[in-house]
Design a protein around this ligand. Sequence first.
Ligand SMILES: [Zn+2]
Length: 252
Amino acid sequence: MSRNASFAARSYRTHGIVLRTYKLGEADRIIVMLSPEHGQIRAVAKGVRRTSSKLGATLEPFMLVDAQIVHGRTLDIITQAQLQRPYGQLIAADYTLFTTANVMAETAERLTQTDDESSAVQYRLFHGALAALSRIQHNPSRVLDSYLLRALAAEGWAPNFSECVKCGRPGPHASVNIVLGGSVCVDCKPSGSLSPGPSAVMLLAALLAGDWDLIDAADMADQRAASGIVAGYVQWHLERALTSMRHIERTT
Ligand SMILES: [Zn+2]
């Protein structure tokens, strides 16, 4: 009885999506998982690199699993996992989907490294984007762009593509300034702004809002321009986040 009680206290059950895995020792793997309730989980799955391991096939990147996890002395240990949605299987079969999902997973991992408060939202966004990718209803690059903008917005870095971020004049405007966080009108436009044109800026607003009718109808040049701006925006914020994290580590 007491043994069971102490096991229950040391263990928990959660569902989550595998972000990535890496090798540990001879036969084990570290599984990095995103859970809506527990945020980012880093736990060991023992013996999973043996071909006979059923757990190994379940704990692959992008699988949605239901896992039983025990708190260990240094690292948590995954003792059981049941497959709930085999997104990983569908995504790993297609190179474009796989590389797209990897960029999403890397971003999700970075954004949930320190902050548990937003993990439920981050989980929902990541899950939604993975599901959309595996259905192949939309261009994978647009699923990625929309995911990236929304994941950053959930951390409080929502860009504004509807009005001028300096004077508030309603858009769509032709220019975007990444550092200022959105579109800028002709009068406010600082040097160093990008000018993809109003239809690309409208596409950016649609990607942020998840307005798929507009996204799917966008022309190729606008899609490319919007993608470049999303990539720049993500890079700028993640680098700043990383720098401030290093600063926190140094000062505390
Ligand atoms: Zn302005």
